[in-house]
Design a protein around this ligand. Structure first.
Ligand SMILES: N[C@@H](CCC(=O)N[C@@H](CS)C(=O)NCC(=O)O)C(=O)O
Length: 211
């Protein structure tokens, strides 16, 4: 049994963490948690929110995709996914921007919920269009969050851009598409997707074969 346990469902944000785990390259065991099991006492002991993903490393639990990605970069520094000193400002700034304003703006917008303009100041993201414009500006001027080098912040920010684009919740601006193409070329990204797609395929009931 590996020191690292990954609780996930292949049809969930757990895919972000699978990608990060594949980038890190350390052994891990996967525990698939069905959506019907998330609120069972046994899983609530792992994540009292009853949500996936989560990880347990040497007895310590971490939840929240962004925190898990940052944590894995910290505890496995040899993978080179954390920031160098001169990258630290951009790394934290855009990592937290993705986990806060971007996630909230995209999910509210997808639900058709728009803060009234006179109340925007109450919302950490202000308004959706500004969040998108800031991201577009960021990614028009650099290849990765920290400039020329891929870090864990790209696993998370990239996922917060690629998933909404895939589901029509975020427009396919040129800067977003180019960024996504760069990320999708990564071996770890492709490996992670293949693993989750295989789990999904194997969980489908077998189709009757023609006689
Ligand atoms: N903020 C959490 C969100 C996790 C989350 O919402 N996971 C969804 C799947 S994508 C879930 O477990 N939903 C099941 C439920 O809420 O019952 C994170 O970033 O990890």
């Amino acid at each position: 049994m590996a020191d690292l346990i990954f609780y996930t469902n292949p049809q969930s944000r757990g895919r972000i963490v699978r990608w990060m785990l594949e980038e890190v390259g350390q052994p891990y065991d996967t525990e698939i948690v069905g959506y019907d099991r998330l609120k069972d006492e046994s899983y609530l002991a792992v994540n009292p929110m009853g949500k996936v993903p989560a990880i347990k490393y040497r007895g310590q639990i971490v939840t929240e995709c962004a925190a898990i990605c940052a944590y894995l970069a910290d505890i496995f520094p040899d993978a080179g996914l954390g920031p160098r000193e001169d990258e630290t400002a951009d790394y934290y700034r855009w990592f937290f921007y993705a986990a806060g304003p971007v996630e909230a703006a995209v999910s509210n917008q997808a639900m058709g919920w728009v803060p009234p303009p006179e109340r925007e100041r109450m919302f950490g993201y202000g308004n959706f269009d500004r969040v998108v414009a800031v991201l577009d500006d960021l990614l028009s001027g650099r290849d990765y969050v920290c400039g020329g080098r891929f870090t864990a912040a790209d696993v998370y920010l990239g996922s917060q851009i690629m998933f909404p684009m895939q589901f029509g919740m975020l427009e396919k601006r040129g800067s977003f598409v180019s960024y996504a193409e760069r990320l999708q070329q990564r071996d770890a990204y492709q490996r992670a997707n293949a693993i989750d797609e295989k789990i999904i395929a194997e969980s489908q009931p077998a189709q009757p074969q023609p006689a």
